[in-house]
Design a binder for this molecule. Structure first.
Ligand code: Q9C
Ligand code: ZN
Length: 351
């Protein structure tokens, strides 16, 4: 099995993020992917493979051209503001919230950051563009691999992608790698593709990208957005619009639910994937449903309490869908456990 690993991922390396009034060490670190790669080698799970460079045109099918241009040039503009900025990370300053104009891109760079982002938790660093763009190569390559007949391929495409929309970043995500994979499957001849998002957080970017389209069924199981990030999307009544009506399915799960409750909802989500006309599947594989995940655990509750045996069971359920599947790595922040948990999913899928 091919595992396309992003060899540029460490170029995106935020040191800090803003959290509840403090600058705290970033949760989303290069160590996350390094841990998974080490476990893959140790357990001989598959071949770590470098992806060929995919066309910009593929990425432009799911992202706005002006957003991609902005992201590509952002670090240079940040340095122009002040050469000393090279030692810092770029955070947005002003967001175009209600009553402000969204049709204008101001000249001021920090204002532009707000125009193209959804939160203050996703600092830009010198290598963010290169890392995220290379992640798209991995997603496209995994999709091509299954389009050519492989039952399973993996994109270790850090940084994650599912919160990034057509024209904004957020939630540690810059390019939506799952969307790139789905689009590549469509371009390769699949008429309908399903995306199943099992990250702890709702994949708002993926939902938004495909919300009005009828060629992708998006199904997400995630923490109830009333209490969990991204808060402003991911509710059960979001069903798609226009041609996309009926192709979007959210399964929010109450904070504090244990893994048995989570699996009840997962079974429902998988049933929706089965009933779709999809001939290929992209899984947004977040591992932040883990019991000891530092982002999803709070106030005594921990994720949905999954551990390696439950991740293996997740893998078994994914395999039972019996569609060619591209796994795209998303969230999961307990670096020390990511290797075991990731390998458990793959073991469940392939055993
Ligand atoms: N305590 C993904 O899992 N809020 N993104 C973090 C830290 C943002 C998660 C708060 C969570 C974004 C891909
Ligand atoms: Zn997440």
């Amino acid at each position: 099995m091919k595992i396309y690993h992003n060899d540029a991922h460490a170029q995106h390396h935020a040191k800090l993020e803003i959290y509840r009034g403090k600058l705290v060490p970033a949760f989303e670190t290069p160590a996350r992917q390094d841990a998974i790669e080490a476990a893959i080698l140790k357990h001989n799970i598959g071949e770590l493979t470098l992806a060929p460079v995919c066309d910009d045109a593929l990425i432009e099918q799911v992202h706005a051209a002006d957003y991609l241009t902005f992201l590509k040039g952002a670090w240079a503009k940040w340095i122009v503001l002040d050469a000393a900025n090279a030692e810092l990370e770029a955070f947005p300053a002003v967001w175009p919230i209600r009553t402000l104009r969204t049709d204008i891109v101001p000249d001021n760079f920090c204002a532009q950051l707000g125009r193209y982002s959804m939160d203050s938790g996703s600092p830009l660093t010198a290598g963010t563009w290169v890392a995220a763009r290379r992640g798209a190569d991995c997603a496209a390559a995994a999709a091509t691999e299954i389009a050519h007949g492989a039952p399973l391929a993996i994109a270790l495409a850090r940084p994650p992608g599912h919160h990034a929309g057509a024209d904004f970043f957020g939630g540690y995500c810059f390019i939506n790698h799952a969307a790139v994979a789905a689009q590549q499957l469509l371009n390769s001849g699949h008429a309908h593709v399903a995306i199943l998002d099992v990250d702890y957080h709702h994949g708002n970017g993926t939902q938004a990208i495909f919300y009005e389209r009828d060629d992708v069924t998006f199904v997400s199981i995630h923490g109830d957005p009333r209490t969990e990030y991204p808060f402003y999307l991911g509710y059960a009544d979001e069903r798609g619009s226009g041609a996309g009506l009926g192709f979007n399915h959210n399964f929010p799960v109450l904070h504090g639910t244990d893994f048995e409750g989570w699996f009840v909802q997962l079974t429902r989500a998988i049933e929706v994937v089965r009933l779709s006309n999809a001939t290929a599947l992209v899984v947004s594989l977040g591992l932040d449903t883990f019991a000891d995940d530092p982002v999803s655990s709070s106030a005594g509750f921990s994720g949905f309490g999954l551990r390696a045996p439950e991740f293996e069971r997740l893998g078994q359920l994914l395999a039972e869908i019996k569609l060619p599947t591209a796994l795209v790595f998303e969230g999961g922040y307990a670096s020390d456990a990511l290797g075991d948990n990731f390998c458990a999913v793959v073991r469940g899928m392939t055993a």
